[in-house]
Design a protein around this ligand. Sequence first.
Ligand SMILES: *[C@@H]1O[C@H](CO)[C@@H](O)[C@H](O)[C@H]1NC(C)=O
Ligand SMILES: *[C@@H]1O[C@H](CO)[C@@H](O)[C@H](O)[C@H]1NC(C)=O
Ligand SMILES: [Ca+2]
Ligand SMILES: [Ca+2]
Ligand SMILES: [Ca+2]
Ligand SMILES: [Ca+2]
Length: 523
Amino acid sequence: SLQASHGQGLRFMSQSHSQDTRTSSSLPKLDLHVIPVWEKGITGKGVVLTVLDDGLEWNHTDIYSNYDAAASYDFNDNDPDPFPRYDSTNENKHGTRCAGEIAMQADNNKCGVGVAYNSKVGGIRMLDGIVTDAIEASSIGFNPNHVDIYSASWGPNDDGKTVEGPGRLAQKAFEYGIQKGRGGKGSIFVWASGNGGRQGDNCDCDGYTDSIFTISISSASQQGLSPWYAEKCSSTLATTSADLHNECTQTHTGTSASAPLAAGIFALALEQNPNLTWRDLQHIVVWTSEFDPLANNPGWKRNGAGLMVNSRFGFGLLNAKALVDLSDPATWTHVPEKKQCIVRDDSFQPRELKASGEITIEIPTKACVGQENAVHSLEHVQVEASIEYTRRGDLHITLTSPAGTTTVLLAERERDTSANGFKNWDFMSVHTWGEDPAGIWTLKITDTSGHMENKGRILNWKLILHGTSEKPKHMKKPRVYIPYNAVQNDRRGVEHMDDMMEVSYRAGVLGTVQLWYTVEIPS
Ligand SMILES: *[C@@H]1O[C@H](CO)[C@@H](O)[C@H](O)[C@H]1NC(C)=O
Ligand SMILES: *[C@@H]1O[C@H](CO)[C@@H](O)[C@H](O)[C@H]1NC(C)=O
Ligand SMILES: [Ca+2]
Ligand SMILES: [Ca+2]
Ligand SMILES: [Ca+2]
Ligand SMILES: [Ca+2]
């Protein structure tokens, strides 16, 4: 059974992180470039979001005018009113905070302003009780021709030893949303990558964030580093940093806060171009996220398509202006039809693995060349595998692409002593995005734990290549990375809006970046 552990992690965290740690106004400034988008008049109009969480205080003075009852439901009590349960021991304010990040009203002298402050926002109350597959499915699939974007900050227990993904019904709801949602353009599912860092968890073992249908968002700390609660994995697409300060929320941090901030930014892109498909949006995120503000972290690599990627941050920090500019319907060309090429070896025999041992499987492929489903330009890659092992958390799995990009598909988890292994688990990576998959892939499984009693075997595997036969138009020229300081200088002078609000992101100390999302209402 699943637990709402990301949300609970956040609640714990926001209590323990209540101080304002900004140090100096002389720090260089960095932002997610939201204000230039607002200045173009793009504020989320016509876009509907919902927050799948512990409820929504919809009559809140700063949310009420943007509240959308048709994007709301209470699956814990089975009624249309998602108002949270408040009692002396449990303040379910998480969903309300997330919705506030997205759509707090501007120009009303109350609280702050949401990133997409003219969007409509609803709440699905579903975390305040036992979270069943049916409740998840109902939430993920709620009113998919009305709701454009779903924001979720929950998943399997973040305890560092769970391996779990969507159940049968939730998986069906994702597939339905992708195929039929938004009039067939595909529901946008924005997912937090998890808060289990302290438990040695990593999101390889979280089938929600690992899904190709979700846009997984990680967070950067105030110092522009990977925070203590963050999880690493190869399915994370991008990063935000969200420490909200305003009159109504002291602080609100963690990947739980990062996902709704990303959802709000995606609402700006959908106002600019409502015709974007779910895959258009993933491509645009990949192509416009900023590596430079997070460059001082370990783990960056340049993939075979020239894209910088990191298992802590995906393709980097979201840049709202670049994202909206690339979405412009006057210039954006839909990415070509999705193709899927499955590579398997029917003569494969189970291979044994022992402690200190290594299994290397070479996978030559022409990527279905000459067939209707040829893939020449990659999006997601999955390795579906069944592995038996006496101690699952000691396994380390990497995949190296023909272009030489090595992705960690599974990192060790100290607390995961389970002997259950993986049964047809989909390991997913976005790190080879844009590469040509033809050539020899290498799958490598190792155990360097020194636990000499360990043993097991890989029973079967298949490599699933997702992508397009034609290179998408925007990728025909190489991605150009602008050095961070240039971006920063470009932003000076647009930081103050003439009306009510200021949003600033402050950058940091010791060559690292300190990020702040500050919302102020002048008196
Ligand atoms: C919202 O509704 C709740 C429950 O009915 C009530 O206690 C609260 O005062 C209301 N808030 C506002 C701002 O009206
Ligand atoms: C979206 O697509 C429809 C149908 O192709 C078209 O009529 C409309 O102009 C498009 N909207 C934008 C903003 O491009
Ligand atoms: Ca209710
Ligand atoms: Ca406000
Ligand atoms: Ca996790
Ligand atoms: Ca995902």
